[in-house]
Design a binder for this molecule. Structure first.
Ligand SMILES: [Fe+2]
Length: 243
């Protein structure tokens, strides 16, 4: 990480929501006790060890739900605790949320809302290893990435739009389910009838990357979309290459 990590348990609140979620960015975790049921996402470079025996860990770009246990270590973790679900759809009324079609060129009739986006440090990894194209990370492939996160909301039974591009300079994205149940889906073409993979997402799940990497180290994607079975809140974890 680029941040100064000499001090343990540096905590920064992340304001995705003022009423429905409590979110913290935890850096340099050291025996950090998690009391209430919390979704923990490892956005760092290192395994985050969980303080229970037999000792296990959370891999980078993976997530879990923890309660009444300590995080022994971890360079960069996002902690999301959900308060009661009453009125949770009202999260889109919180400051900084917008229907996507209102802020970018995106169909205005698709009920998809985006929260404010936050920069959560810089990490370094081998994109070929991170996307499962190689078995071991190779030092000469290590690249630096700016981590960015935001939440999404869609009501039940929403096709959130098939796409295969995100930006001129593509980034690595994975998603973490926060509330409700949905799916990450892959398609042969930009056509809902060509679905070939359905990855179910429950709270606390992060799917493995859909991206591949070309010979220049650039990410590319199959046609894919998020589908909401129920009212859903999910988080985009984005890793933007830094020149
Ligand atoms: Fe995508």
């Amino acid at each position: 990480m680029s941040t100064n990590l000499t001090e343990p348990n540096l905590i920064e609140p992340i304001n995705f929501s003022s009423k429905y979620l409590k979110t913290f960015w935890l850096k340099n975790a050291k025996d950090y006790y998690i009391e209430n049921r919390t979704i923990v996402v490892n956005l760092g470079e290192q395994k985050a060890y969980i303080g229970a025996l037999p000792e296990k860990y959370l891999l980078p770009r993976a997530s879990t739900i923890l309660k009444e246990v300590s995080l022994k270590s971890g360079d960069s973790l996002l902690l999301i605790e959900i308060y009661g679900p009453t009125n949770i759809g009202g999260i889109i009324l919180d400051a900084g949320w917008h229907q996507l079609g209102e802020i970018i060129d995106f169909p205005k009739d698709i009920p998809l809302w985006k929260s404010p986006q936050y920069d959560l440090g810089i990490v370094e990894f081998d994109p070929y290893f991170a996307t499962g194209l190689t078995e071991q990370p190779a030092q000469n492939n290590f690249t630096k990435y700016q981590v960015k996160v935001n939440l999404w909301f869609s009501p039940a039974v929403t096709n959130a739009a098939i796409h295969n591009k995100h930006a001129v300079r593509e980034f690595l994205e994975v998603h973490t389910q926060i509330y409700g149940t949905g799916r990450m889906q892959k398609f042969h073409a930009k056509d809902f009838n060509t679905l070939y993979e359905d990855v179910l997402m429950s709270p606390g799940d992060t799917h493995i990357p859909f991206a591949c990497v070309d010979e220049q180290g650039r990410f590319f994607y199959p046609w894919h979309q998020y589908y909401a079975d129920t009212d859903c809140i999910w988080m985009a974890n984005e890793f933007h290459p830094i020149s």
